[in-house]
Design a binder for this molecule. Structure first.
Ligand code: GLU
Length: 484
């Protein structure tokens, strides 16, 4: 029988949502969307000491910002204790699990002896031999116990959708603990009970859980539950080839948000961390990701996080986005941004800037010259671009032509400049660089003529004239820069 696809993302709220977690959520989301299935969010908050509400909120907000919306209500693992305990009781009743009364000291000794004799440690199975009356006596004496799974003989096999066929000899699996002495079931038990109750068909998660999978399959079998399919995603490494972590700088989704990345760009980049689309296409919208994504195309090989590539992907998405969308996002990021400026003017600035900048925050930080005359001129550029008297002459000539110009457009501004350069027998770039410096105060920016068109005649002429007065001073002085 074919079951409708149901997947889940199951983070533990013990930290913020980092890139690895976000990629796991994304691949689950894509898989569900592609197969018209459901994507659920389950918060695994059973570790009371380490789980925090603020992390639950942060994970939820990050997923929402990314647009990875889940179906139905969030499932909180901590609210499912009765089901977990019921499963443990069932396993005990069916003699598939047993109580272990060994103390911490006893277990420590066992472990030390195993290490001394050079053997890998496994629980000795001592408590397997307890008789019913011995067990009763200990329980009545309130001796603490944990519950262990009785690992059967044989072999556990499964086919991972990414890692392929995997088989493990059961004798290599310890009689692991499924319920601690404080009565709390452990991860391997709770995850099986929850995935089973939620009718999860595909478990898609990080490869660090690959070794847990045979243990979980044993529990599924012992409880008589349907075993889902598994897909383990490759590790993400930092540029130093070590597992990506906070050491590598930004790794939390909210940091990327605050830095001004677009969510669709981050999703696009995350998809490429491990997934090979088998085409030259690298820029995908979310819908394209859904259509193109195939779990079989995810590689086993670890993926390496490359911030430069992320920036490039981000720039491509900036250029593709509507200026209205970018405007709304900038205002959400920084509600006070140019609050007194006309919205149409801001939209035109975004039109111009989005083609060359990589993040929303760069529109904020690299657009000052659209709002105010340059207070200072970049000294290095001034030295390089305003070198001699010929520049003054050129600028004077350009001012003269511009003041007579009736049609103030990108095109006319450019042709006036080029004609003048030809007339004066200099390269146009000489004049372009000097004009840019005079108008913006900095060496780089969007298309000069486009920005001059937007600034308008009065402002451009004013800035050129002011530069003509102030910039030559720099030539005569050794000062580092010309300031106001
Ligand atoms: N809470 C586990 C984690 O964050 C979930 C693992 C799983 O998906 O089974 O690693």
């Amino acid at each position: 029988m074919k079951y409708p696809v149901r997947v889940r993302f199951a983070p533990s709220p013990t930290g913020t949502l980092h890139l690895g977690g976000a990629r796991t959520a994304l691949f689950n989301y894509l898989y569900a969307a592609k197969h018209k299935g459901c994507f659920h969010l389950r918060i695994e908050d059973t570790d009371v000491k380490r789980s925090k509400q603020e992390y639950v909120d942060e994970i939820r907000d990050s997923l929402r910002w990314l647009g990875l919306n889940w179906d139905g209500p969030i499932v909180f693992q901590s609210e499912r204790k009765t089901n977990h305990r019921y499963a443990v009781r069932q396993l005990l009743k069916a003699d598939k699990a047993y109580r272990c009364f060994c103390t911490v000291e006893e277990l420590k000794k066992e472990r030390e002896n195993a290490i001394k004799s050079g053997m890998g440690y496994q629980y000795s199975g001592k408590c397997l031999d307890l008789t019913l009356s011995q067990i009763k006596l200990k329980i009545n004496g309130a001796e603490p116990f944990c519950v262990r799974l009785k690992i059967p003989r044989g072999m556990t096999k499964f086919t991972d959708l990414i890692y392929g066929k995997i088989s493990v000899m059961n004798k290599e699996i310890d009689d692991f603990i499924i319920q601690r002495s404080d009565g709390n079931p452990t991860y391997n038990l709770t995850v099986v009970v929850d995935d089973s109750d939620m009718e999860i068909t595909h478990v898609i998660r990080g490869e660090d859980h690959l070794t847990n999978t045979p243990k979980q399959i044993l529990i599924y079998k012992m409880l008589g539950k349907r075993i889902p399919k598994f897909a383990h995603l490759p590790m993400i490494l930092g540029p130093d080839m070590k597992r990506l972590s906070k050491r590598h700088g930004a790794s939390g989704v909210q940091e990327f948000h605050r830095q001004g990345y677009l969510p669709q760009a981050l999703l696009n980049y995350l998809a490429l961390l491990g997934w090979n689309p088998d085409t030259d296409q690298e820029i995908f919208t979310v819908d394209e990701l859904i259509n193109n994504f195939r779990i079989e195309q995810v590689q086993k090989k670890a993926a390496v996080f490359d911030e430069k590539k992320l920036l490039w992907v981000s720039g491509q998405h900036m250029a593709q986005s509507s200026s209205k969308e970018l405007f709304d996002r900038i205002r959400r990021l920084n509600p006070d941004w140019q609050i007194d400026t006309d919205k149409d003017y801001l939209l035109r600035i975004i039109d111009i800037q989005k083609k060359r900048i990589k993040k929303l925050s760069e529109i904020i930080t690299q657009s000052d010259f659209f709002f105010e005359d340059p207070g200072t001129y970049d000294p290095k550029t001034a030295k390089k671009r305003w070198r001699d008297e010929t520049i003054n002459k050129l600028i004077r000539g350009y001012i003269h032509r511009l003041s007579q110009l009736e049609e103030w457009t990108e095109k006319t501004l450019e042709s006036e400049l080029r004609e003048l350069a030809e007339e004066m027998n200099v390269g146009a770039s000489k004049l372009i660089h000097a004009t840019r410096l005079a108008i913006t105060g900095i060496p780089h920016g969007p298309s000069l003529f486009l920005l001059m068109e937007l600034l308008g005649k009065a402002i451009c002429l004013r800035r050129l004239k002011v530069a003509l007065e102030r910039l030559p001073l720099l030539l005569d002085s050794d000062e580092e820069g010309v300031g106001s």
